[in-house]
Design a protein around this ligand. Structure first.
Ligand code: MRU
Length: 354
């Protein structure tokens, strides 16, 4: 039997609540939490039990189901008013990934006309968001892998895989597909300080799915490129502006600058739920600032000198001009511009623009 390279799932529904693989403790512990209400889901998103833009959106959609279930049991027909505070809590959990707001909007549109028990319809909608995300990832995997001609090695950043999505992954989905098709011989992953999504999560996921991975300190990336070991940098995104500027994990911008300098191509892989056409350029994207303790300590152990302060932006913005391809489930945009992004968003599914 062929190896599937796709065995990890981190988000699922149970009657007791939303079941999440707790990503704070990977790879040392594989703990699952079952969250009974929307407050717990919002807290789990904030604390990075679940993280990665599409997975955050999916978790929030199930959070709305839990809110509605609780409110309908408590107040019956007036449940829509009773969940407003929960919707606000979910929306306030993390600011940068637009998939969160996209998913909340989609759930809101679904419940607007509902009468009677809202749970079956809302649960079906949340399941659809999850399933469509996996389908989008598989489609992007095919489209992105097709770009990997003359490729020996690829470099990725953060975790964009099954752990960050409904399953399969965005950038890691392209790497899964490229690996399965023999288009990639070596996968390099940045460790991704300060939270170590690369070292802890990407490495765990790829090893588990039988794809060999070589980790490097983030600061080694330029040296790797100069040695000619990678032909593509492949990353995901948390929000893409209407002009093609891309917000992603801190360090992505440095990779793009270095890639352009070394003639390495730069691919961003994201579903259209990550594209925010209401935001003109990357300058308008809200960038989350996280706790200084994430930089001052490592695995709960202080590493910085006593008294030092830390600056901890969780994301940065890569200008469209440094990007060779944005791969979405609707098609590929080469050398993105505002015009090409608008065309993509107006196009029917599965057509390409370049
Ligand atoms: O802070 P995180 O771990 O939620 O950041 C995740 C990223 O930056 C990912 O690259 C992005 O969400 C795309 S995941 C498919």
């Amino acid at each position: 039997m062929p190896v599937s390279h796709d065995n990890v799932r981190a988000v699922s529904w149970t009657e007791q609540g939303l079941r999440l693989l707790d990503q704070r403790y990977l790879p040392n512990r594989e703990d699952y939490l079952t969250l009974p209400d929307a407050t717990a889901v919002a807290q789990a998103i904030r604390d990075m039990v679940v993280r990665g833009a599409p997975a955050i959106g999916i978790a929030a959609a199930y959070g709305v189901v839990l809110a509605a279930r609780q409110a309908y049991a408590a107040v019956g027909a007036d449940w829509k008013n009773a969940i407003i505070a929960d919707l606000d809590r979910l929306a306030a959990s993390r600011p940068t990934a637009v998939n969160l707001f996209w998913a909340l909007e989609r759930m809101r549109a679904r419940f607007a006309g509902l009468q009677g028990d809202p749970v079956p319809a809302l649960l079906a909608e949340a399941h659809s968001i999850l399933e469509e995300d996996i389908q989008a990832n598989r489609r992007m995997g095919e489209l992105g892998a097709a770009l990997l001609t003359d490729t020996q090695g690829v470099l990725t950043h953060c975790n964009t895989g099954s752990l960050a999505t409904g399953g399969y992954g965005t950038a890691l989905g392209v790497i899964r597909s490229g690996w399965a098709q023999d288009r990639i011989q070596s996968v390099y992953a940045d460790e991704t300080r300060p939270w170590l999504q690369g070292a802890r999560l990407t490495a765990w996921e790829l090893v588990r799915d039988s794809i060999p991975v070589t980790l490097l300190a983030d600061s080694a990336a330029a040296h790797l490129m100069r040695q000619g070991n990678v032909q593509w940098v492949i990353v995901g995104s948390d929000r893409i502006a209407a002009n093609g500027d891309v917000a992603n994990k801190i360090g992505t911008y440095s990779l793009a600058v270095n890639a352009r300098h070394h003639g390495v191509r730069f691919m961003v892989v994201a579903p259209t739920s990550t594209i925010d056409m209401n935001i003109k350029t990357g300058a308008e994207i809200p960038i989350e600032s996280r706790d200084a303790a994430e930089v001052l300590a490592l695995a709960g152990q202080q590493v910085a000198a006593n008294g030092a302060q830390a600056w901890n932006p969780a994301f940065d913005v890569t200008p469209a001009a440094l990007i060779d391809a944005i791969v979405t489930e609707r098609g590929v945009v080469l050398a993105p511009t505002a015009e090409k992004m608008a065309k993509l968003m107006g196009l029917a599914r599965h057509s390409a623009s370049s």
